[in-house]
Every structure is written in structure tokens, then in C-alpha cells.
Design a protein around this ligand. Structure first.
Ligand code: C2E
Ligand code: MG
Ligand code: MG
Ligand code: MG
Length: 292
């Protein structure tokens, strides 16, 4: 009858949840082990000046190099790291590694570049990010002015007053602040104006369908104008084609990142890009894109 069907339905649902919970726990334990055993890597993606084609910076992107599974994407494990608290030690490792690598490139006499590091919501609001950043900068000797922290719009929207306090203290350390995935969250423009920011990163979702989506072209050019009106630089994420590059150039966007220049690459490969930049070679032929 209805009762036994109800109870079966509950059982099915319950077992399903248990399975999901078990998988989460297993992933969490593997994640902790991977961090302890040195299986985490940072890849670096160039950030290019849209008007000159010059290399300006690099975004550090986390990879988990599992001996059996191979490369595991952050999309799969960052959410687990966030909800389990592993993001504390993991985020600290990312910050430390990025600053150590940045300082290594500096002491090798390679061109100055900003290193951008992603900070997740829990790391931003629930850990001592200011203290950790301060300590990492001191230990690595990497100058604060070359470090940029990327915070998503949603992290800022969650608790705007707390966010403002943390951002203000981070800015006092001398580093730069970027809003990541701009346009996908629900931050109020009024709050945005009060935050001490340097850069808006237009989410790649708005770049992907340029020049075929008139809406996305309107949104992107509006974000560029908005960012500039607020005194910020603007970077477009996920630029893959020359058409996209030409459009962004025309709209006065400052920087871009994307497969058109390079995928995120291991530090050793990024060193080659830096050597090219040092020798005055462009990483992207900007002039070609500007032609009609
Ligand atoms: P994100 O910070 O918005 O990073 C941009 C993502 O777009 C990266 O994916 C990058 O590889 C990808 N991408 C870059 N150019 C192109 C392009 O031209 N086309 C396409 N289709 N994709 C492009 P990835 O490396 O898989 O990272 C995904 C997300 O994981 C990041 O998004 C960021 O939110 C998070 N993440 C990565 N590393 C870290 C980290 O160290 N800490 C934290 N908290 N989150 C991280
Ligand atoms: Mg990012
Ligand atoms: Mg992004
Ligand atoms: Mg993203």
C-alpha cells in the first residue's frame, strides 16, 4: 500500500544520499592526502595587455596530479575543499607556492609580472586570509605589489560588510584585488563602488559567443565602460578567437586571458614564455587582430 511505497521511496532516497556522502568523504580524505604528499601543482596562464600584446601577469590555477587518475580539475575538488575545511591548508599552499614561484622568476631576472591567485568564498570569509597573506609575503620575499587576489562576485555579495573589512585590510598590505567571474553573481553596484578594487574580470560566459551574440557584445562593452567609470582596469577571460580579441580592443578592454594566447601551463613551460617576453618577442600578434 501507500505506506510501504512511501517507506521504499524513503529507503531509496536515503541510500542514494549515503552513497553521495560516502563519495564526498572519500574525496575529502584523498584530497588531504594529495596535499600532504605533494600532488598539487600550480599551472599559470598568461594575462596579456590588449593594446600592446605584452605579457602583464599570470593567473595561478590549481591542478591535482593524481598518480592513478591523472590531472583532476579544480571544478571537481574546490567545492569539496570548501565545504570540508581543507580549503584552509590548501589555499595557504596555493598562496605560498605562487609567491615562491613569482619570487623565483624575479630573481632569475625575468620580466616583472603580477601573479593572480584565486581565493574562494570560505577562504575569504572564514579563514585568516590577511594574516596568512602577510606571512606568505614575508616568507617568500615576493613584493606585495606583484600579488593580486581574485575574489568572486558572489563572495563579496554574501556578506558585504565583512567583505569590505577584509578587502580593506588586504589592500593595506599593498597587494591588488580583482573581481573574478564578473557578471555571474548578484553584487550590488553600490557595494562594488565602495570596495577597494583594481580589476574586473569579465566572465568567459560573456566572451564565448562574441561576435555571434549581440546581447553578449552589449554586456561586455557595458562592463568595460562600467569598470572604467569606476576607475578599474578590465580583463576579459576565455578569449579564444581573433574576432573576440578585435572586438575587445575596439571597446578599450585592458587585458585578456585565453587559449588564443595560451592554455594554463606548468611553471617550467611558463618560464619559456617569460624568456620570450624578456627577449622582446610578443606572445600574441596584436596588430593582426586590429586589422579589419
Ligand atoms: P577561474 O578563476 O574563473 O579561472 C578561469 C578558468 O577558465 C580556468 O579553468 C582556465 O583554465 C579556463 N580558461 C582560461 N582560458 C580559457 C579559454 O580560452 N577557454 C576556455 N574554455 N576556458 C579557459 P580551471 O583552471 O579549470 O579553473 C576553474 C575554476 O576553479 C577557476 O575559475 C577558479 O574558480 C577555480 N580555481 C582554480 N584554481 C584555484 C585555486 O587555486 N583556488 C581556488 N579557490 N579556486 C581555484
Ligand atoms: Mg580566477
Ligand atoms: Mg573567472
Ligand atoms: Mg570561473
Amino acid at each position: 500500500g501507500a505506506k510501504s511505497r512511501g517507506s521504499n521511496a524513503w529507503c531509496f532516497f536515503h541510500e542514494d544520499m549515503t552513497q553521495a556522502a560516502r563519495e564526498r568523504l572519500e574525496l575529502e580524505a584523498r584530497l588531504r592526502r594529495a596535499l600532504d604528499q605533494g600532488h598539487m601543482r600550480l599551472y599559470y596562464q598568461p594575462q596579456i595587455d590588449l593594446q600592446t600584446g605584452r605579457l602583464m601577469g599570470a593567473e595561478a590555477l590549481l591542478r591535482w596530479l593524481d598518480p592513478e587518475e591523472g590531472l583532476i580539475s579544480p571544478a571537481r575538488f574546490i567545492p569539496v575543499a570548501e565545504s570540508s575545511g581543507v580549503i584552509g591548508p590548501l589555499g595557504l599552499w596555493v598562496l605560498g607556492e605562487a609567491c615562491r614561484q613569482g619570487q623565483q622568476w624575479r630573481t632569475a631576472g625575468l620580466p616583472d609580472l603580477t601573479i593572480a591567485v584565486n581565493v574562494s568564498l570560505h577562504q575569504f570569509l572564514l579563514t585568516d586570509l590577511v594574516g596568512a597573506t602577510n606571512q606568505v609575503l614575508a616568507e617568500s620575499c615576493f613584493p606585495a605589489e606583484f600579488l593580486e587576489l581574485e575574489i568572486t562576485e558572489s563572495a563579496l555579495a554574501e556578506k558585504p560588510e565583512d567583505a569590505l573589512a577584509v578587502l580593506t585590510r588586504l589592500r593595506e598590505l599593498g597587494l591588488r584585488l580583482a573581481i573574478d567571474d564578473f557578471g555571474t553573481g548578484y553584487s550590488s553596484l553600490a557595494h562594488l563602488k565602495r570596495f577597494p578594487l583594481d580589476l574586473l574580470k569579465i566572465d568567459q560566459g560573456f566572451i564565448r559567443d562574441i561576435p555571434h551574440s549581440a546581447d553578449d557584445m552589449t554586456i561586455s562593452s557595458s562592463v568595460i565602460a562600467l569598470g572604467h567609470a569606476m576607475g578599474l582596469k578590465v580583463l576579459a577571460e576565455g578569449v579564444e578567437t581573433r574576432e573576440q580579441l578585435a572586438f575587445l580592443q575596439e571597446k578599450g578592454c585592458d587585458y585578456f586571458q585565453g587559449y588564443l594566447c595560451s592554455r594554463p601551463v606548468p611553471a617550467e613551460d611558463f618560464t619559456r614564455l617569460l624568456e620570450k617576453a624578456r627577449d622582446g618577442l610578443p606572445l600574441v600578434d596584436i596588430a593582426v587582430a586590429a586589422e579589419p
